[in-house]
Design a protein around this ligand. Sequence first.
Ligand code: NDP
Ligand code: GUE
Length: 291
Amino acid sequence: MTADIIDGKAFAAGLRARVAELVPAFQAAAGRVPGLAVVLVGEDPASAVYVRSKGKQTRECGMESFEHKLPAETTQEALIALVDQLNADPAVDGILVQLPLPKHIDEQAVLLRINPDKDVDGFHPVNAGRLATGLHGFVPCTPLGCLMLLEDRLGDLTGLDAVVIGRSNIVGKPMAALLTRASATVTIVHSRTRNLPHYLKHADIVVAAVGRAHFVKGEWLKPGATVIDVGINRTDAGLVGDVDFDSAASVAGAITPVPGGVGPMTIACLLRNTLVAAHRNAGVALEKGVI
Ligand SMILES: NC(=O)C1=CN([C@@H]2O[C@H](COP(=O)(O)OP(=O)(O)OC[C@H]3O[C@@H](n4cnc5c(N)ncnc54)[C@H](OP(=O)(O)O)[C@@H]3O)[C@@H](O)[C@H]2O)C=CC1
Ligand SMILES: Nc1nc(=O)c2c([nH]1)NC[C@@H]1CN(c3ccc(C(=O)N[C@@H](CCC(=O)O)C(=O)O)cc3)C=[N+]21
């Protein structure tokens, strides 16, 4: 193995500590702490684990966590009524509806109902549009965390060749938008791409968000590339990423592990977005670039 391991867990702990440091000044100015509401519908065990750790980390940062656990048979109308209630609640700065939702609920309809100024996931089309057009808004947490790790490792990304594998609204597309904003030259590849390894051969940066265990092989990579593995796949051998770690680590310059890479950054960025939302919603200034 030659690649450096990018320690997302440590970076995320540092980011959470910076969030926690900024909470007391907000509290002094606003007379309350930032609040994050997390809504979980159904009993998916993986989702329940994430929601628990989001709640715990929110409280550890000195912010308030409102957890709403609804049964799997909850109607779309009832879920939308809860979103309306959270939109109207001045103690709630951020709203996260855990995905995936049960099949009888139209995910887009629920996400559209969230007030874009409380949309700390950055999934509302208004925030996707703000990102696409260069306006201030909320950037989805997973791609934001990936960008932070990339800039920490590489500094300025200007002119670098980046390939994003995957074009979902929550990871691939916003990741490509962020890299474009950072002046990288970006290619998106997906399941209909012909000869996918061809595009990877020249990439200085590879972000894999495919949802297939061990998908990216070391032999596809440019030597020295920086590889960000977003994948979370549960296999008999445990949690694994979308990158074939052993072969990739012998070619790449740096690589994120799974677990301990992008996952912890996602939650830390959620707390960061909640802190930013609280300042905007309460009209309290936050020094530019401080977080
Ligand atoms: N660490 C974290 O915090 C997070 C991790 N994840 C993980 O990231 C991964 C991706 O998530 P998400 O974007 O939501 O997944 P989606 O299933 O929504 O998107 C997967 C993308 O990969 C593409 N794809 C699928 N198969 C292939 C293939 N054989 N060759 C090339 N491209 C392919 C799809 O192409 P097409 O569009 O053509 O179908 C699609 O664009 C998952 O493992 C998920 O668990 C997700 C969110 C947060
Ligand atoms: N509205 C919404 N927003 C999300 O951001 C969202 C979502 N729905 N649905 C599910 C995906 C997935 N996701 C992860 C968060 C943390 C880890 C994480 O902390 N992972 C740890 C390991 C955790 C474990 O061991 O299971 C790690 O990679 O080290 C992973 C994945 C957020 N998502």
